[in-house]
Design a binder for this molecule. Structure first.
Ligand SMILES: Cc1cc2nc3c(=O)[nH]c(=O)nc-3n(C[C@H](O)[C@H](O)[C@H](O)COP(=O)(O)OP(=O)(O)OC[C@H]3O[C@@H](n4cnc5c(N)ncnc54)[C@H](O)[C@@H]3O)c2cc1C
Length: 459
């Protein structure tokens, strides 16, 4: 293939975000092409914990995993304190999935509905005519010859690589850099163990700064004796590499010593763990999924957020073809619909994430032991982005100030709750139109700067 090909929409990257968008656009009459540099067997191959809440499928009407796409049903999460003496149990339905199988099904459904899918095709850069984004320069990885795919809307769903977004003009606000301290570097292995796992329907999260500084380590059973286990650490802080910590700290635990029968898969990657990009759109351009930092900043789960941003993008793209307006203004509804829902939750959880990253093991232990946040609070915080902690403890402070070991922690927590609310409210006031974006970003940055100063966040 050479020369120029014309489509309505080109989706670059067919991971969870791009594949979901191709699925929903497949239901329309638009002429859509999705490309990815991987082959069919490597689809959705990014290393992952493979856990996802059932509600992410239900909310947008994406068929849930079934048959070989589903490895195990999940009934809830157990969150362990650093000493592992205290556990918070959060019930909630979810799945351990086979990403490859699910990804191939979503993509082939899109194909059946008329989307052109081209694998082993690498996007090289955005294609401009003058100042206008017109498409993507791509290369067939087998035949080697570069060619252009033209489209009215170019979607970057390439995750961290951001091959299109990062090459857009510097002055386009959508070209935003990810700070390394706003990311987690994660590594995992899928391991067969000698013994059956206890309570295999509960995935486990362990908060322990010695094992996973600025993140957590996880133990997610995906079979009766097969587990997806790994850890994520905050980037940019000079911590040891996750691969080293995995070997030194995890593999020396009793769960694993002399119990590993086989390692099925091993690998790592980076996850953005912050609020969403300030804008998901610009002229003729949309970014979704990890590419636009649509991830839960506290637990780093990004598949559900990728699905949701893709689903909203499909609606906005359809509307843009009705109005014929593909400028930032014409695509702006994606910002309004994302920022005022999941985006606002992400923003407040971003505050909570930074607070957590500054806590010591002792403080985390105190919080879990004293049930400052119980199971219901943890669940509601993660759903609403509002801190549902037992701040009633504060009322008792006057009486027990000398008796209580961590008054400062509780006072800080009250401030954190306040800033979480402020951040969320600011996102609910996301500007109606691109001309007010800079002002909004300025005020947003002030909230985060004040928070960091008041709480003593050092990064
Ligand atoms: C170790 C680890 C564990 C995780 N655990 C979980 C978890 O348990 N649950 C959860 O929900 N999330 C988890 N996440 C996050 C989750 O994996 C991501 O949020 C999710 O994959 C994002 O989907 P995406 O489609 O935006 O990006 P990606 O999955 O990164 O997909 C991007 C696609 O773009 C393609 N691409 C990239 N560059 C180009 C190019 N130049 N040309 C053509 N194609 C290109 C890639 O091949 C890929 O197919 C984890 C992440 C890591 C690293």
């Amino acid at each position: 293939m050479s020369g120029i090909e014309k489509y309505d929409v080109v989706i670059v990257g067919l991971g969870p975000a791009g594949a979901t968008l191709s699925y929903f656009l497949g239901k329309t009459d638009l002429k859509v092409i999705g490309i990815d540099m991987v082959s069919w067997t490597q689809v959705w191959g990014k290393p992952c914990g493979d856990a996802i809440g059932a509600h992410h499928f239900e909310e947008i009407g994406l068929p849930e995993p079934r048959g070989s796409e589903l490895r195990k049903r999940v009934d809830g999460i157990l969150i362990y304190s650093p000493s592992e003496e205290h556990i918070v149990k959060v019930d909630g339905k979810g799945y351990m999935i086979d990403r490859g199988e699910l990804g191939r099904r979503v993509i082939s459904d899109a194909q059946k509905m008329g989307v052109t899918v081209r694998l082993r095709t690498q996007a090289l850069r955005p294609y401009f005519e003058g100042n206008s984004l017109k498409g993507v320069m791509v290369r067939d990885l087998d035949k080697g010859k570069p060619y252009v795919i033209e489209a009215k809307v170019v979607v970057d769903a390439t995750g961290n690589s951001g091959v299109i977004r990062r090459r857009l003009p510097e002055e386009w606000p959508v070209n935003e850099k990810l700070k390394s301290t706003d990311s987690n570097i994660a590594y995992r292995e899928v391991i067969e163990l000698e013994d059956n796992i206890e309570r295999p329907n509960y995935i486990r999260i362990y908060l322990n700064k010695e094992i996973a500084p600025g993140g957590y380590w996880w133990f997610f059973p995906e079979g009766n004796n097969v587990v997806n286990t790994g850890l994520g650490i905050q980037g940019g802080r000079g911590y040891k590499l996750p691969t080293e910590l995995f070997k030194e700290k995890l593999m020396n635990r009793p769960e694993f010593v002399r119990k590993v029968v086989k390692v099925y898969r091993a690998g790592g990657s980076t996850v953005p763990t912050r609020r969403p990009a300030n804008t998901l759109v610009w002229h003729n351009f949309i970014g979704i999924g990890d590419n636009a930092f649509t991830v839960n900043p506290v637990h780093g789960g990004g598949m559900g957020y990728a699905f949701y941003s893709a689903y909203l993008a499909s609606k906005v793209i359809l509307r843009a073809f009705e109005t014929g307006d593909f400028t930032a203004k014409g695509l702006w509804d994606l910002n309004l619909s994302y920022m005022r829902t999941l985006g606002s939750k992400q923003a407040s959880l971003d505050i909570f994430r930074m607070f957590l990253q500054e806590l010591s093991n002792e403080e985390i232990e105190f919080g879990i032991k004293n049930r400052i946040m119980d199971a219901r609070g943890a669940y509601e915080t993660s759903v609403t982005g509002e801190l549902k902690a037992n701040l009633g403890l504060l009322d008792k402070l006057a009486v027990v100030l000398r008796g209580i070991k961590k008054p400062l922690l509780l006072l800080k927590l009250a401030k954190v709750a306040d800033y979480m609310k402020k951040a969320k409210e600011h996102y609910l006031k996301y500007p109606d139109d691109p001309t007010a974006l800079n002002r909004w970003i300025f005020e947003l940055n002030k909230i985060y700067e004040n928070f960091k100063r008041d709480i003593g966040v050092t990064f």
